[in-house]
Design a protein around this ligand. Structure first.
Ligand SMILES: [Zn+2]
Length: 477
């Protein structure tokens, strides 16, 4: 069975049919850079990464774009509050985002990270086209709005009925984010207001035959329509985002792109990732269950990113995954077991050529991934293979060729999930453990000089010691 994906537009699982099988265009809505990105966003970026890895593993050539939104309502609000200009402020948070992408090994697959402020000319051009075609107009507040009633397909993705639309679409919304109840003409270009400070552009639009400078800035939705088009062209095969982006953001992206580019459908497959829960509840700062990747790295060290990837991929992207530290720690143990299994298989395989030992497991793995990225089932196939190989090893029945076959499938899975399984399962040597014990004693005796010396000695051997409330914690360099 070829790859099938659930399409939010048709609300069905469909066979994947690329516009150009030689070049798959994938776009994922990236972060709005005004703070650390939370783990719900990281979860989406990881799902998108696994999708692209799977497409590439399946032999497709993919162009994968993930944008960086660096001008938007919240950014302007927070940069002004911080007393920083837009570029300085967004550079810092874009940097933090890219560092997280690197830590999570999500960065290598991305071909382009366009930034909205580098594409304002293209946004002006697309807005002009929409004005020329009667899909946009300038209002008394000096902003240019999209005329929702001019687009016949409006509401199809968000499943809004035309009647409801007519009832609700009388008004206008200038905010980037709003609810379905507030559906209405949305801002393509936001006329400058005092709160925007020095964040503005002053392009000339031709409106009703007259040239008019409209000082202002782009709306959020037009940013994605333009960045995706300028890099990927007028058709996109797969567009991903969190479920919260389906309305209004993605619905509005469709309205803009299809009306300006004369295409339908602009995006063949829309994929939406279900919200991550934390400890059974929606993440919120007030509930105290709001976590960033930095929180996890501060608590467990950077190596935790493999466990995070495993945890996310162990659930299906269309089901809510309930994140907890306990779950993350369990994922970390699984990764360690997988690394140990890989290591012993590699030792048993030597240079042998693989037999067909893993064929049925591989068929299960591939079928699961092709079935709308059924990652839980793909992992089940891997864990069954691991169990079988362990039993056969214990019974003295696993040949070098069989071990090579099992190893090859583990490595294939590692390319798809990015779990760094080739990393050796490391442990302290008895000498290092003795140094660590000696250091604990030195600290108990408040001999800080000895404690520091022993820490440096261990660090020189690649063993990093951190002092926590529970005692010394060790990480390997
Ligand atoms: Zn977007």
């Amino acid at each position: 069975m070829p790859l099938h994906l659930y399409n939010s537009l048709s609300r069905r699982v469909e066979p994947f049919q690329p516009v150009d099988p030689e070049r798959i265009a994938v776009y994922a809505c990236g972060p709005t850079v005004y703070n650390h990105v939370h783990i719900g966003n990281w979860s989406l970026f990881t799902v998108a990464d696994v999708l692209v890895r799977w497409l590439r593993e399946s032999g497709y050539t993919v162009v994968y774009v993930q944008n960086i939104t660096d001008v938007e309502d919240k950014i302007i609000r927070d940069s002004r509050a911080a007393g920083e200009d837009l570029a300085t402020f967004t550079e810092r948070w874009a940097g933090a985002f890219l560092a997280g992408m690197e830590d999570l090994d999500n960065k290598r697959q991305v071909d382009h990270f366009p930034r909205a402020t580098d594409h304002v000319d293209g946004m002006v051009t697309m807005i002009q086209t929409l004005l020329d075609r009667g899909h946009a107009y300038i209002a008394e507040d000096g902003s240019i709005y999209y005329r929702v009633s001019s687009f016949d397909h409006y509401g199809e993705l968000a499943n809004i009925k035309r009647e409801d639309l007519r009832a609700g679409a009388s008004g206008r919304v200038k905010a980037d984010e709003y609810e379905k109840e507030d559906v209405g003409d949305f801002a393509l270009w936001k006329g400058w207001v005092e709160e925007d400070g020095d964040v503005f552009w002053d392009p000339t639009f031709t409106i009703d035959g007259e040239a008019r400078v409209v000082k202002g800035r782009p709306g959020w939705h037009i940013e994605c329509s333009v960045m995706s088009t300028e890099i990927l062209g007028p058709r996109i095969d797969i567009h991903l985002g969190g479920e919260d982006l389906l309305f209004p953001h993605h619905q509005n992206e469709i309205a803009q792109s299809e009306a300006a580019l004369d295409v339908h459908p602009w995006v063949t497959t829309w994929m939406h990732h279900k919200h991550l829960l934390v400890d059974g509840a929606k993440m919120s700062k007030s509930k105290g269950n709001f976590h960033t990747l930095k929180d996890l790295e501060d608590r467990y060290g950077k190596e935790i990113t493999s466990a995070f990837r495993y945890l996310i991929a162990s659930g299906h992207y269309r089901n809510s995954l309930d994140f907890s530290f306990k779950g993350l720690e369990a994922a970390e143990r699984t990764i360690k077991n997988m690394r140990a299994a890989r290591e012993s298989l590699a030792a048993a395989a030597g240079n042998a050529a693989p037999s067909d030992y893993a064929a049925s497991f591989e068929a299960r793995f591939v079928a699961a991934m092709d079935d709308d990225l059924n990652t839980p089932e793909a992992f089940a196939a891997l864990h069954d293979l691991r169990r079988q190989a362990r039993n056969d090893t214990a019974a003295g029945e696993l040949s070098a060729e069989d071990a090579a076959a099992a190893l090859a499938l583990l490595d294939k899975a590692d390319r798809v999930f990015g779990l760094s399984l080739q990393q050796e399962a490391r442990a302290l040597t008895p000498e290092q453990q003795a140094l660590l014990d000696e250091r604990a004693a030195a600290r108990a005796g408040k001999d800080w000089a000895a404690s520091d010396r022993l820490r440096d000695e261990l660090a020189a051997q690649g063993v990093l010691v951190k002092d926590t409330a529970d005692g010394q914690e060790v990480a390997f360099e």
